[in-house]
Design a protein around this ligand. Sequence first.
Ligand SMILES: CC(C)(COP(=O)(O)OP(=O)(O)OC[C@H]1O[C@@H](n2cnc3c(N)ncnc32)[C@H](O)[C@@H]1OP(=O)(O)O)[C@@H](O)C(=O)NCCC(=O)NCCS
Length: 337
Amino acid sequence: MVQTLQPVEILGCGSYVPEKVLTNQDLLAFMDTSDEWIVERTGIRQRHIAREDQALSDLAIPASLQAIAHAGIPASEIDLIIVGTSTPDMLMPATSALIQHAVGASRAAVFDMEAACTGFVQAFIVAQQFLMTGMYRTALVVGGDLLSKFTNFTDRGTGMLFGDGAGAVVIRAGGENAVLSNLMGADGSRSDLITIPIGSRVPPSGERAENGGHHVTMKGKEVYKFAVEKVPPSITEAARLAGLELDQIDHFVLHQANARIIEAVAKRLGVSMDKMIVNIDMRANTSAGTVPIALAEAVHSGRIKAGDKVCMVGFGSGLTWAASIVRWTAGPKTQED
Ligand SMILES: CC(C)(COP(=O)(O)OP(=O)(O)OC[C@H]1O[C@@H](n2cnc3c(N)ncnc32)[C@H](O)[C@@H]1OP(=O)(O)O)[C@@H](O)C(=O)NCCC(=O)NCCS
C-alpha cells in the first residue's frame, strides 16, 4: 500500500523558567571562580534554579500550557505527548504522563525520551514521524531539564554551566508544511564525556550516590571540541537535505551550551551572529530545555515570525546530535497566551 505522507505544521510554542535566579556573583559563595571568568569563557551571567520542592513537571506544565494556548486548540485534541529529558520527576512513571493529566490531554499517548541536551530536537523529529504517517494528528513536544539537583555547585568544571527550564511546541498533521529537513546522529564510543552516573549501575541509595555520584560529570574540553567539529557539518547537511543555501536560513537556534561554541559555529559556517538566537547569558544551559526555550522566547518577542526558516540543533551527552530545519508556521502571540 502506498501512503502519502502528511505535511506537519507548527501551531504554537511556550516556555517556562523557575523564578529564582542564581547570578555568577551568587556562585562565589560555593566556588573558587569569578564573574569575569564565567562570562568570558561561557557567556553565562545568571541561571534560573528550581525550588527544592519543584520537579521537572512543575516547569514543563506551564511551558506546555503556554504552547497549547498559543496553538489555540483545546488540550483534548492532543493525541501524543513526548518529553525529551534526562531529569524526569521520577524514574517511573514517565513525566509525559504527569503532563498529560495536568494539561487535560486525556486521550494522548505519552512517552519520555532520554537524549540529554539533544532531547528536544530528537523528540520533535520523532513526533513528526507519527504525524506524517497519519497515526496521530496533534502532538505536544516538550524539552526540559532540572539539572540544578544534579549539579555540584562547588565544581569549577560544571557548577557554573547549568540552569533549569522547559519549553514546548504543538505540531499538527495537515495544513501548511513546516518541516524542511531532519537529521540525527550518535557516537556511543564517547558516552563517558558527559554523564549523570546514577541509575541501575549506581542506584540512588548506593554509597557512590551519597558521595556525589548523582552529579553531572563532564570532560569539558573534549565536549567543546566535539561541538565545534560536529555542529557545523550537521547544519550544512541539514541545509542540503532541505534544498537550502545557508544564507536562506533566517535563524539558528543552537543548544545553548557555551556562547563560545555558538560563536565558533557561526564563524566556521560564515553565518552572521545576528542570525544566532542566544539567551545563554540569562538562562545558562538547561539541557533539553535550551532549544525550545530560546525558540519560544524568540517567537513571543516577535524575532521569529511566520514564514521564517529556522534551523534547530541539539547536541550533547551520548554523544548525540540532531538538527531540524523548519519554516515557522505558527501565528503571532495572542492576548490569552
Ligand atoms: C567547561 C569549560 C567552560 C571550561 O573552559 P576551558 O577554557 O576549557 O577551561 P580549562 O579547564 O582549560 O581551564 C582554564 C583555566 O581556567 C581555570 N578554571 C577552570 N574552571 C574555572 C572556573 N569555573 N572559574 C575560574 N577559573 C576556572 C582552570 O583552573 C585553568 O587555569 P590555569 O590555566 O591556571 O590552569 C569549557 O571546556 C566548556 O564550555 N566546554 C563545553 C561544555 C559544554 O558545552 N557542556 C555541555 C554540552 S551539552
